[in-house]
Design a protein around this ligand. Structure first.
Ligand SMILES: Nc1ncnc2c1ncn2[C@@H]1O[C@H](COP(=O)(O)OP(=O)(O)O)[C@@H](O)[C@H]1O
Ligand SMILES: [Mg+2]
Length: 386
């Protein structure tokens, strides 16, 4: 059986689709009502009058909890739900990062009735995933937690009418939340537009907490989908292709903004800047691009999963998304004149302050991270010719 849904953009019907009830996969696409409101990058590149079912399935998959998320398998089992995609459907596909949703056929509901930007949402799924909710009875599935991807444990919360994302760490060092806070302090020092992360502690574990940078009028479009808006000629690099796509879409200053991401990632040795970890923000009503998204998700960095003995400023540190190593990726940066190296001198002290009292990051680890970070600053100094 494949029940029918309408893909909605706020209250604009975009297209009809059938979704397989056993898996949550889009089985086929029906009538298209609004080609311009189709999610960015899901049309056939060679025939932009038609939605590509494969790309739409990928897009829908991007608003599900991945298999790699701690606790997801047990949660699905406990709730007798076969796949994460079905969990997404139970939340009507609504998220706090854009304005798309799936309206079941015959349901007379509007965006105003259900969106998570102006309505409260359930904490049930997030709490079950965090193992704080024991009962599976009367679970309210309407939650952005079911549509937020990423490997780390996370939960959206509401406070004083604002929406916040709480994100945990991994492994024995739980280092990612500390790194998020550090990266956001670093960007503050360098005047790079960023999402501000603060530290929170829950049951003795560290979490980062940040505000939703999307409002009911805007939406995030990740670089991956921006790069699907045109086919990439073989003779240009992925980086140039991204810049070209942004230029064609009329978005200004993207080379300068992207260079700042590359510099940040070099300094903190970020290993996971994949194409869904940065992007653009557009107005969800006019579809006009407003510019680069503030920089978010910087936790997979600073040797977060290395034992102390392997923490070193190795030039061949793996990088994403435009080169395999930071040594190669930083060569894409053409202008370092904005970079105030003196502002970076206080950052090791900032890291010490962030991890103070942590049972996860001991002094030896902190020392090793700070000295490797200083080494990276020195390496960048010589690359920038300062
Ligand atoms: N502050 C935010 N506001 C809006 N959307 C966000 C925010 N932070 C993250 N997201 C969305 O949630 C997704 C997962 O968050 P992310 O921080 O990337 O988690 P992870 O570290 O597990 O990859 C992001 O890809 C983005 O789509
Ligand atoms: Mg991410």
């Amino acid at each position: 059986m494949s029940p029918r849904y309408t893909l909605m953009h706020k209250d604009i019907p975009v297209l009809e689709l059938n979704i397989d009830s056993a898996s949550g996969v889009i089985a086929n696409i029906g009538e298209v009502y609004s080609i311009e409101h189709i999610p960015v990058g899901t049309l056939y590149v060679n025939d932009p009058t038609k939605p590509d079912r494969g790309l739409l399935n990928k897009w829908l998959c991007g608003r599900t909890i991945p298999d790699t998320r701690p606790g997801i398998r047990e949660t699905l089992q406990r709730l007798h739900i076969a796949t994460s995609q079905l969990l997404t459907l139970k939340a009507l596909g609504l998220s706090l990062s854009d304005q798309y949703w799936l309206r079941p056929a015959g349901a007379e509901i509007t965006w105003q009735d259900v969106n998570f930007f102006t309505n409260d949402f359930s904490q049930d799924i997030g709490s079950i995933l965090f193992r704080r909710k024991r009962s599976d009875k009367n679970v309210n599935f309407l939650s952005p937690d079911s549509t937020t991807d990423g490997r780390l444990p996370k939960q959206w919360t509401l406070k004083d009418g604002r929406r916040y994302l709480l994100k945990g760490g991994s492994g024995a060092t739980q280092q990612e939340p500390y790194n998020e806070v550090f990266a956001s302090e670093l960007m503050e020092c360098l005047h790079i537009p960023h999402v501000k992360y603060e530290l929170a502690t829950l049951n003795s574990y560290p979490y980062s907490i940040c505000q939703d940078f999307i409002s009911q009028d805007t939406e995030l479009v990740s670089a991956y989908y921006i790069m699907q808006t045109a086919s990439k000629p073989d003779n240009i690099s992925a980086y140039q292709h991204y810049l070209n796509c942004c230029e064609t879409l009329g978005v200004k200053n993207i080379p300068q903004k992207t260079e700042k991401i590359l510099v940040l990632d070099y300094l903190i040795a970020n290993e996971d800047r994949h194409l869904n970890n940065f992007g653009l923000v557009r107005n969800a009503d006019t579809l006009e691009y407003l510019g680069a998204a503030p920089i978010y998700d910087n936790g997979t960095s600073l040797w977060y999963n290395k034992p102390v003995g392997l923490i070193r400023a190795d030039d061949e540190m793996p990088a994403k998304p435009f080169a395999d190593s930071h040594a190669a990726q930083i060569k894409l940066v053409t202008d370092f004149s904005w970079l105030d190296f003196n502002a970076l001198s206080s950052l090791p002290e900032v890291f010490w302050t962030i991890v103070k009292g942590s049972v996860f990051i001991d002094e030896q680890r902190c020392e090793a991270i700070c000295s490797a970070f200083n080494e990276r600053v020195n390496q960048l100094r010589s690359i920038a010719g300062c």
